[in-house]
Write a protein that binds this ligand. Structure first.
Ligand SMILES: *Cc1c(COP(=O)(O)O)cnc(C)c1O
Length: 232
């Protein structure tokens, strides 16, 4: 079941890349396993999926430890994609490989200080609020360059790119328009020499538009694991 969905999704990603004239090998598929148990992750792993995204830190850490115990030596990569409060930075720094949702320098500093020395640097994307929802998380486009420069200088983090979560929309064109704004911010930072390689955008309902706009990583939950019955 999960295997079939993953195959369908890979075909969908390949078709969107072909449509956009892009190399499908340049796109990472992140399976968002939030609310699903370790068994679901194990099934996806058996179907060749290695990168997983979690929103809730505590739930994610429990799953990371469960999979480490049940599949020792498996090449799993764990991405934290949900809000990170100050009191959770230590857990994130100790257990995750990536964080996509950094939007404040204070959080980045804590993650850098708390990243255990024996682990590789924590791979970081800055979450940017492209469409300007006042209550949404994410750094504003205006504040982005200064935050990016400061985060890039932290010793135990490696700044890889940007992440965005636009308002949902049914229209491919309006989805693509917002994603292109994120793409422009990404290109601007690279023009300043930041060397970013990751543009994390697109979910089950809008990944085709995100890929058309240049996403290098799509975060997909429902199209892999089915609909969530608990909190989203
Ligand atoms: C839940 C979530 C996803 C996956 O959403 P789906 O609609 O299930 O594909 C991706 N990114 C973030 C930040 C999420 O919270």
């Amino acid at each position: 079941m999960i295997e079939d969905k993953l195959q369908q999704l890979r075909r969908r990603v390949a078709a969107a890349c072909a449509q956009a004239g892009r190399d499908v090998n340049a796109v990472t598929l992140l399976a968002v396993s939030k609310t699903f148990g370790p068994d679901a992750v194990a099934q996806a792993l058996a179907a060749g999926q290695h990168a997983f995204g979690e929103n809730y830190i505590q739930e994610g850490v429990e799953k990371i430890l469960a999979l480490r115990a049940s599949h020792p030596g498996a090449a799993l990569e764990w991405h934290c994609i949900g809000p990170v409060q100050s009191n959770k930075t230590r857990l994130v720094a100790a257990h995750f490989d990536w964080v996509h949702s950094v939007d404040r320098l204070k959080i980045a500093q804590r993650l850098s200080e708390q990243r255990p020395p024996e682990l590789a640097p924590l791979q970081v994307c800055l979450q940017v609020n492209v469409d300007g929802g006042a209550t949404k998380s994410g750094v504003t486009p205006g504040e982005l360059p200064a935050l990016a420069a400061a985060v890039a200088a932290l010793p135990r983090l490696r700044l890889r790119g940007l992440m965005c979560i636009p308002e949902s929309s049914d229209s491919f064109e309006s989805q693509r328009t917002v994603f292109l704004q994120a793409r422009a911010l990404f290109d601007d930072l690279n023009a300043c020499g930041l060397g970013l390689d990751t543009l994390s955008m697109g979910m089950s309902d809008d990944l085709d538009a995100a890929l058309a706009a240049g996403a290098t990583l799509v975060r997909v939950g429902r199209a892999v694991f089915g609909s969530r019955t608990t909190r989203t």
